[in-house]
Design a protein around this ligand. Structure first.
Ligand code: ZN
Length: 419
């Protein structure tokens, strides 16, 4: 801790514009880190809990968490392997084909991906003969990618590492990052790094959950410590503009409950005109009230009501003697379970396809995570889908629960039962 200078502002400050954060977006109480699935022997130990208190900046409207935990603590050994989601791997394949065609990416290009995970995306470029480089902060995950033949360097991305990457590997024709911008506490350093790594006529794309959808669809459980920032287009455009990058196109995607894919270029590279989609989305955000602080004040009460509805449902079915089990152990599930106080009193166990999670327990709530085969063996009445963004994929994969009258429950935007 450093001493505050007399007169210096105290309390949290906006990680983009530096303004004091005075407005709460939603306070979800204390929560453990969502990817720290604990082992059997850790069940009897203490677990660190941190505040899950999201603020909104009244100057730039960036919704954000204070940096309660350092990224090194969170991401140096991360349990999320994208390859365990079929629909996400398919999403990556379609992206690859679209980029190759639109920006003429080929064997003389260089594609760099920030937070490249286990190479689930870059593998599609490799298959087409495009030179790639993955930049992945979690060393254990980077090692998996390298084993699969995807060149990957284990490091965090920022201005300093961008200079090093350019010196070693040259500039990127296509620089991409999916679900990393939101995970970056040093936002300005990160975006300034992209300016450094991008070729003069290169293109960058980033995907991240859209704040507008989070608010409209009550996706409070997508707030967790690893997600430092929550962006509207209006805010993200300001962030990139400050670092000399113009967003010239944007797509709205269904992934993660509703994401944006932004397309950026150097502001000096005026050959790429700004698409109508950019102006249209900005107008729609303004019409929805994204640039008015009052809009954000309405969110917290909706979250409390969602919690009451989820608990009312679980209390009803448990009183009726039904068995409820979970599906998935995603980050968002842990926010929901901890905020609502759902433990084995309501959910017997949850299943996950990732062997890295099986045999462990959900952080804070200690619900056992087991292999999906357990569902057939125990024939539960309800399957509570935690990664609701993958509900269709999951309902298809577990359609067999209907053999014994099992039903699906999706908690967000509000509890809904599917027979
Ligand atoms: Zn701000």
């Amino acid at each position: 801790m450093t001493m505050q200078q007399a007169g210096a502002p105290s309390g949290p400050q906006c990680r983009f514009c530096g303004d004091a954060l005075r407005h709460t977006f939603v306070d979800l109480g204390m929560s453990p880190l969502c990817q720290t699935h604990i082992t059997e022997e850790q069940l009897n130990h203490m677990e660190p809990f941190y505040p899950l208190h999201a603020y909104v900046c009244s100057r730039c409207f960036l919704v954000q968490l204070d940096e309660y935990v350092s990224p090194g603590e969170i991401f140096s050994e991360y349990a999320y392997f994208s390859s365990y989601s079929d629909s996400w791997v398919e999403h990556a394949r379609r992206y690859t084909e679209a980029m190759i065609e639109r920006f003429k990416i080929g064997s003389k290009s260089k594609v760099m991906e920030i937070a490249s995970d286990d190479g689930y995306l870059l593998q599609h470029f490799v298959a087409k003969g495009v030179p790639v480089l993955g930049i992945e902060p979690a060393a254990n995950v980077a090692a998996v990618a390298v084993e699969k033949g995807i060149p990957t360097t284990a490091r965090f991305f920022g201005q300093e590492s961008a200079r090093g990457l350019v010196a070693e590997h040259g500039h990127a024709d296509l620089l991409l990052g999916n679900n990393v911008l939101a995970h970056t506490p040093a936002l300005n350093d990160f975006v300034a790094g992209m300016k450094i790594a991008l070729k003069p006529h290169g293109v960058l794309t980033m995907e991240f959950p859209h704040l507008l959808r989070l608010m409209e669809e009550n996706q409070f459980d997508t707030i967790y410590h690893e997600h430092f920032s929550y962006f509207s287009f209006i805010t993200v455009e300001q962030v990139f503009a400050k670092h000399g990058i113009t967003l010239f196109d944007v797509e709205e995607l269904p992934s993660h409950g509703g994401s944006l894919r932004i397309y950026g270029r150097h502001t000096e590279d005026e050959g790429k005109a700004v698409a109508d989609r950019v102006t249209e989305l900005k107008q729609r955000e303004i019409d929805t009230g994204v640039s008015k602080i009052e809009t954000y004040a309405l969110f917290e009460e909706r979250v409390k009501e969602a919690k009451r509805k989820i608990l009312a449902f679980l209390i009803d079915v448990k009183r009726a003697g039904k068995v409820v089990v979970g599906y998935g152990a995603p980050g968002k599930g842990n926010t929901l379970l901890n905020y609502c106080g759902i433990r084995q009193d309501f959910i017997d166990y949850t299943v996950d396809r990732s062997p890295h999670k099986q045999g462990r327990y959900t952080p804070g709530t200690h619900i056992p995570i087991v292999h999906p085969d357990r569902i057939r063996q125990t024939r539960p009445d309800y399957l509570f889908i935690l990664p609701w963004n993958l509900r269709e994929e999951i309902m298809e994969a577990a359609a067999y629960i209907r053999e014994w009258g099992g039903r699906f429950v999706v908690p967000i935007p509000e509890v809904k039962v599917y027979s």
